[in-house]
Write a protein that binds this ligand. Structure first.
Ligand SMILES: Cc1cc2nc3c(=O)[nH]c(=O)nc-3n(C[C@H](O)[C@H](O)[C@H](O)COP(=O)(O)OP(=O)(O)OC[C@H]3O[C@@H](n4cnc5c(N)ncnc54)[C@H](O)[C@@H]3O)c2cc1C
Length: 462
């Protein structure tokens, strides 16, 4: 049902007409995100420009029973900001983009929800501190989007993911009332851990207005290397061996031959296109001697697991080349075919060799072109199927393959999603990983906090 002109006038009155998009051509830009899913054009797109107006926007929409989808940069890969219906109000956070405080004494920062991840990390670095979570999308993703999906990144293995840095959250509930949880202190056990509840909440429980993040001192020394393998097994066994040796590289990334070839075709950085797989590894720490020791152990393990060629970056330029290979993996794969289906089923790290071999079996069983890359050190691989959605017969095979990928991951005691979230894309599989009681419990929680089920309807729990 279209949103009434009276209600649109109320939004314009509240936010200013320039912050309310009503034209279909404008609204169309918010019908999709980075997932390969059916588009739904929202009824209205609004851009509150301060906290108070954000709260009043939530209240106005909720009181009038309009579905609400809050959107950062729309880079999620699970359909988490595709509107549920054509009367949905999309709340954009792009005008709530201030870094409010970077505290050098107590090592925390306070930000508005729409601050871009890389902009924040750079501002923190400029002050001599470190905000480690670095999703591949960090140049465009927002910090609220990162919290709402608990985004990971290349440094997850040693430094953890977004939730490990969240100290406090303020958010609006369905009445437009401000709820506060956590604090600027390292320790805080006041009240329920509502911040923990809001992590990965995918816009379904409340709308963040302020976030407090922990900062840490940056590492003083690092060493990056690329290990080249003739067999995929060699690379995946190295991952398990490094973890089993209790070494924690800050980054431990995997690229298979398909990825190596598409990245090299696009970027010409001199990758070994005949290799079956490569590992990109970085160790860091406070002292060069300790880093050198870890790097030597890692090299030894790579060689033991079959790598005949281990290239250590001699300077910043060579290090950058190594990371360029990884940064270009998804963009290069996405250019290869009209449709890219990217998954993030994740397994315990010791199961990486089994998962990689199952992925190869699934690709050949369904006769699909698949490249796999990802955060091997976290057990979080991204099998990426290159296809064309318009080819119905092939796309059916893609869907069957994705089903089987999830089944395999779960049978290896893994999870449906390591970092991309459930959104629309994986909601139907939730019960397979959990159980009916868990779904019912989650529904009761959601209904208690959102009695009309208007916050990002159709996502996460269906
Ligand atoms: C090229 C590429 C690389 C990527 N690499 C990674 C990676 O390495 N690691 C990783 O984890 N992800 C990665 N992603 C996925 C994605 O970028 C992340 O999930 C990111 O956190 C989404 O941020 P966003 O601002 O785009 O959020 P959106 O996509 O706009 O929204 C994501 C979720 O956050 C909710 N949300 C947004 N703002 C608020 C708010 N104010 N209050 C409450 N909820 C809110 C939305 O409702 C939605 O449920 C990648 C995506 C792409 C396209």
């Amino acid at each position: 049902m279209p949103i009434s002109s009276n209600l649109i006038a109320e939004f314009k009155n509240l936010l200013g007409p320039e912050n309310v998009l009503t034209e279909e051509t404008d609204r169309l830009s918010y019908a999709y995100d980075a997932a390969v899913l059916k588009q739904v054009t929202p009824g209205l797109v609004v851009m509150p420009d301060n906290e108070e107006r954000l709260g009043r926007t939530v209240k106005l929409a909720y009181d009038n029973s309009l579905p609400i989808t809050v959107r950062g940069s729309g880079t999620n890969l699970s359909g988490a900001v595709i509107p549920d219906s054509s009367d949905t109000v999309v709340i954009l956070t792009n005008k709530l983009n201030k870094i409010l405080e970077i505290n050098l004494e107590d090592l925390y920062a306070v930000v508005e929800p729409g601050v871009l991840t890389a902009k924040f990390a750079n501002a923190v670095a400029a002050k001599g501190l470190f905000y480690p979570p670095d999703p591949g999308s960090q140049a465009v993703s927002t910090l609220a989007g990162n919290v709402a999906l608990n985004a990971g990144g290349l440094r997850g293995l040693k430094y953890g993911v977004t939730k490990d840095y969240l100290m406090g959250v303020e958010f609006f509930d369905h009445n437009g009332e401000l709820v506060k949880t956590g604090s600027r202190t390292v320790k805080c056990v006041t009240g329920y851990n509502l911040g923990g509840m809001m992590v990965s909440s995918e816009g379904t429980l409340g709308i963040f207005s302020k976030l407090i993040f922990k900062l840490v001192p940056p590492p003083k020394a690092s060493q990056a290397m690329m290990a080249v393998y003739d067999t995929v097994e060699g690379a995946s066994e190295t991952v398990a061996a490094i973890i089993a040796a209790h070494i924690l590289p800050c980054t431990l990334e995997f690229l298979d031959q398909k990825c190596i070839r598409v990245v090299e075709a696009n970027s010409k950085i001199g990758l070994p296109t005949e290799a079956a797989a490569i590992l990109l590894i970085e160790v860091d720490g406070s002292h060069q001697a300790g880093v050198d020791e870890d790097a030597a152990k890692v090299k030894e393990l790579c060689a033991k697991c079959g790598s005949k060629n281990i290239q250590v970056a001699r300077d910043a330029e060579e290090k950058n080349k190594i990371w360029e290979a990884r940064r270009n993996a998804l963009p290069s794969l996405a250019r290869a075919k009209p449709t890219t289906v990217l998954e993030d089923a994740t397994v315990p790290r010791s199961k990486i060799p089994a998962m990689v071999s199952e992925l190869n079996r699934i690709a050949s069983k369904y006769k699909l072109e698949m490249g796999t890359f990802g955060h091997a050190g976290d057990g979080n691989l991204h099998p990426t199927i290159l296809t064309d959605r318009r080819n119905e017969e092939e796309f059916k095979r893609v869907e069957d393959a994705v089903d089987e990928i999830f089944d395999v991951a779960l049978s290896l005691q893994g999870t449906l999603s390591g970092e991309h979230g459930i959104g629309i894309a994986k909601a139907k599989w939730m019960v397979k990983e959990t159980n009916k009681a868990t779904i019912e419990f989650s529904k009761r929680l959601r209904t208690a906090l959102d009695p009309k089920y208007l916050f990002n309807a159709g996502k996460k729990i269906i």
